[in-house]
Design a protein around this ligand. Structure first.
Ligand code: IPD
Ligand code: CA
Ligand code: CA
Length: 267
């Protein structure tokens, strides 16, 4: 049995989020390894392709047509005005652009929804594996028909942990390398896979025990935070306080390993 939203309005929003995540994912699957126009944004290593933009256009147009009163915040420039809207869609049309541009098969579409400022729904779709991770507040996290639960691991030495590096890593001293070193020396294994939204979903799906990163953005985490929480995991900032929606400090885990991870992260 797949996820069902009991609230009728959330059920409508879930159907829309699923449709546009999968439609954008189909564009990505069709354009994968076909040759792309690639531009840069905040740094020479911060890429955007025509596919990022096409996916955002498709998702945003679909949502605006179906629900004209909702607010939208999307990575490639759409929206940002919250005035009076009860629902807010936060969209990363293609999370893992560097991977996509290099033909490295790990990227996704991420769509999160807030209601009155609270995370209520998230859908993350991996088009190559045809895996759809999703959650509705209070109704659990799911991968297709399977309900998700985080790992029961309590020993950091047996943990598989993921992280990432921000696009300012060439020029900033706040570069995550000290924390990376600490975790490399203590965990069973570490991964840098290049899709923050999938990293969060993999914590929820018990494929990772924990994940942290700095300087993310709302669209990287809007869906994934809820998916981790609904799978029984924990998301916080680097002090163990509530994770804020900006994504500037992200620590997520199965809960049991949270303090052990926090203690190794350098501010
Ligand atoms: C990026 C990916 C990557 C993370 C970066 C993000 P993008 O998103 O999630 O894993 O390390 O910080 O910005 O640019 O591919 O949408
Ligand atoms: Ca992203
Ligand atoms: Ca993106």
């Amino acid at each position: 049995m797949p996820l069902e939203a009991t609230d009728p309005e959330l059920a409508e929003i879930l159907a829309l989020a699923r449709k546009y995540a999968e439609d954008a994912g189909t564009i990505q699957r069709n354009r994968y390894e076909t040759g792309l126009t690639i531009d840069t944004k905040s740094a020479t290593i911060d890429l955007v392709t025509e596919v990022d933009r096409a996916c955002e256009e498709l998702i945003v147009t679909g949502i605006q047509t179906a629900r004209p009163g909702d607010a939208i915040l999307a990575e490639e420039g759409h929206g940002g005005d919250d005035e009076g809207a009860r629902y807010r869609w936060i969209i990363d049309p293609l999370d893992g652009t560097t991977n996509f541009a290099h033909g490295f098969p790990r990227f996704c579409v991420s769509i999160g929804v807030e209601r009155a400022g609270e995370r209520v729904l998230g859908v993350v779709y991996d088009p190559l594996l045809d895996e759809r991770f999703e959650a509705v507040r209070g109704e659990g996290a799911w991968l297709g028909e399977r309900r998700l639960a985080v790992t029961p691991e309590t020993d950091f030495g047996r943990a598989l942990v993921a992280t990432g590096f921000a696009y300012d890593v060439h020029r900033s001293d706040d570069d995550n390398l000290a924390s990376f070193r600490n975790v490399v020396k203590t965990a069973r294994g570490i991964r840098r896979d290049g899709s923050a939204a999938l990293d969060l979903c993999y914590v929820a799906a018990a494929r990772l025990d924990a994940y942290w990163e700095l300087k993310l953005h709302p669209w990287d985490v809007a869906a994934g935070f809820l998916i981790v929480e609904e799978a029984g995991g924990r998301v916080t900032n680097f002090n163990g306080g509530p994770a804020d929606r900006t994504g500037r400090e992200v620590v997520s885990s199965n809960g049991f390993l949270h303090e052990a991870l926090l203690s190794q992260l350098e501010p």
